[in-house]
Design a protein around this ligand. Structure first.
Ligand code: 13P
Ligand code: SF4
Length: 341
């Protein structure tokens, strides 16, 4: 028996300040009344089945505020996946994040409700390509972004996320680094070490995030003219001109922390719309200016599909990894925890 059921009014109180983006991202009391039976059914099933829901910040607000147990960036969620005692993890994000949870928790069932399977970064490189690059770059430490498949992680030495990439690369005792697959993060990494006067030879692959690739310096200049006090906040998946002209650069969780800790009132968020919605819900007095971009993979997660995977999971919904690949991918994730200090 579930402890507390949510009412439509309680849900509406959490979502009413979200105003940015398309009408699907805005909430009336009537819309909350329509959503609440589904939300309560999921919450009841979750409890019955000893399941938890881990949700990335880019996901639709009715999922974040209606059914999620943990919300955050890819690093925080990988730590959360380690701490839960639940038998089933529903990973509401994209497949590579669910795979990371499975690599860390082989005995748990990990379910993925996204109906559009992908991420332009994770899809940009495969294991055979990494093996070929390793032959081309002998003596380099291969650092992979968490936005990669388990097979690619298994071919690399150290995994990183947007929240720890600079710290980890600084701590790796090798000056020769091959970073994959994001070319913009690679470029940002190279610039970062050059600015600090640190001697790191950083080579990188040519993948991109199609959401963050859209942002340009023109977006920043336009906002600076109209809102001179606005803080420009960007993700390291943006190109280097955008990053170099931002007031703050970090993972989705770090952006939230920055906004929580500053007295500034106006922000241009150069990242996926879900984070902007989260900001509006949690900081209704702060003003977001400009627009945002949606990730079709993240936004393919729906309440309906969360309910379906809890009730009736198919083989395609389950993360299944061969033990050999899992153990090799685990090494690169453990190396991330080791060097993140
Ligand atoms: P974060 O680790 O910052 O949440 O980034 C994940 C991601 O996919 C960004 O596009
Ligand atoms: Fe991948 Fe970009 Fe979507 Fe993040 S926002 S999941 S990097 S496509």
């Amino acid at each position: 028996m579930i402890r507390t059921l949510m009412t439509a009014q309680q849900l509406y109180e959490k979502l009413k300040d979200i105003k940015l983006g398309a009408s699907v991202c805005q909430y009336s009391l009537k819309k909350c009344e329509e959503l609440i039976p589904l939300i309560n059914e999921i919450n009841e099933l979750k409890e019955e089945q000893n399941a938890v829901i881990l949700t990335h910040s880019y996901i639709s607000p009715e999922i974040i505020y209606g059914v999620s147990d943990f919300v955050g960036d890819s690093y925080k969620l990988s730590k959360d996946a380690l701490t839960t005692s639940a038998q089933t993890i529903v990973f509401v994000a994209v497949r590579f994040m669910g795979e990371t949870a499975k690599i860390l928790n082989p005995e748990k069932e990990v379910l993925i409700p996204a109906t559009l399977d992908g991420c332009t970064l994770a899809d940009s490189i495969n294991a055979a390509q990494v093996r070929a690059l390793r032959k081309e770059y002998p003596g380099y430490t291969f650092v992979c972004y968490i936005n990669t498949t388990a097979q690619v992680k298994a071919e690399c030495d150290v995994c990183v996320t947007s929240s720890n990439v600079y710290t980890i690369v600084a701590n790796i005792p090798n000056d020769k680094i091959y970073f994959l697959p994001d070319k913009y993060m690679g470029e940002n990494l190279r610039n970062h070490f050059k600015r600090r006067g640190l001697n790191k030879d950083i080579q990188y692959y040519n993948g991109v995030c199609y959401v963050h690739e859209e942002y340009t310096i023109e977006d920043i200049l336009k906002i600076r003219l109209e809102y001179p006090d606005a803080k420009i906040v960007s993700h390291p998946e943006c190109n280097s001109t955008v990053v170099d002209n931002s007031d703050f650069v970090g993972s989705t969780e770090q952006m939230l922390k920055f906004i929580r800790g500053t007295k500034a009132q106006e922000f241009l968020m150069l990242t996926e719309c879900g984070l902007s919605s989260r900001l509006q819900a949690e900081f209704p007095d702060k003003k977001l200016v400009g627009s945002c971009t949606m990730c079709k993979y993240m936004k393919s997660n729906t309440l309906e599909n969360i309910l379906r995977v809890l009730k009736n999971p198919t083989d395609a919904d389950r993360v299944v990894l061969g033990e050999g690949i899992r153990l090799r991918a685990l090494k690169s994730i453990e190396a991330m925890f080791f060097y993140n200090k």
